[in-house]
Design a protein around this ligand. Structure first.
Ligand SMILES: [Zn+2]
Length: 151
């Protein structure tokens, strides 16, 4: 009698009932979905952070190159009446790879959709936009533009 009960308990503990199996599969699936959500959220945060970093780098490079917005922001440009001078402003484009401001755009690089620059949001898909840097009378303006906005 006692041995029979022991055997019964033992077999219960060793095996998994169909109900328990469904529960285990359910929990594993939930954890997987949760993991994917956390991963996607993290990837979004990283993409957003990289875009902010690009804006900040473009701004600090522009500051140094243009004497705080007075001259031309393009790297190695002496300023004055240079090819980047239009009316009373200078226009350059941030190059993501070299961290320089160049005369002609070299590619698109925003990592998040609808990126922000200096408290403004710009509408566009990821990898379709680049940063334009405009200096004028001691101010530096930076915005995300698409290649067809380049003049
Ligand atoms: Zn210039």
């Amino acid at each position: 009698m006692r041995r029979a009960m022991y055997r019964k308990l033992h077999s219960r503990a060793g095996g998994v009932s169909p109900f328990e199996l469904v529960l285990i599969i359910g929990i594993v699936l939930m954890l997987a979905v949760f993991g994917v959500i956390i991963y996607q959220y993290h990837a979004l945060q990283v993409a957003h952070g990289n875009d902010t970093l690009a804006v900040n780098t473009a701004e600090s490079v522009a500051k140094t190159n243009s004497l705080n917005g007075i001259s031309c922001p393009v790297n190695d440009c002496p300023g004055g009446d240079c090819p980047h001078h239009f009316l009373n402003r200078y226009v350059g484009y941030y190059d993501y790879t070299s961290h320089k401001i160049v005369a002609r755009p070299t590619g698109t690089y925003n990592q998040s959709k609808n990126p922000e620059a200096l408290d403004k949001t710009y509408k566009g898909e990821a990898q379709t936009m680049l940063l334009r840097v405009v200096t004028e009378n001691g101010t530096i303006k930076i915005d995300w533009i698409t290649p067809d906005e380049v003049k």
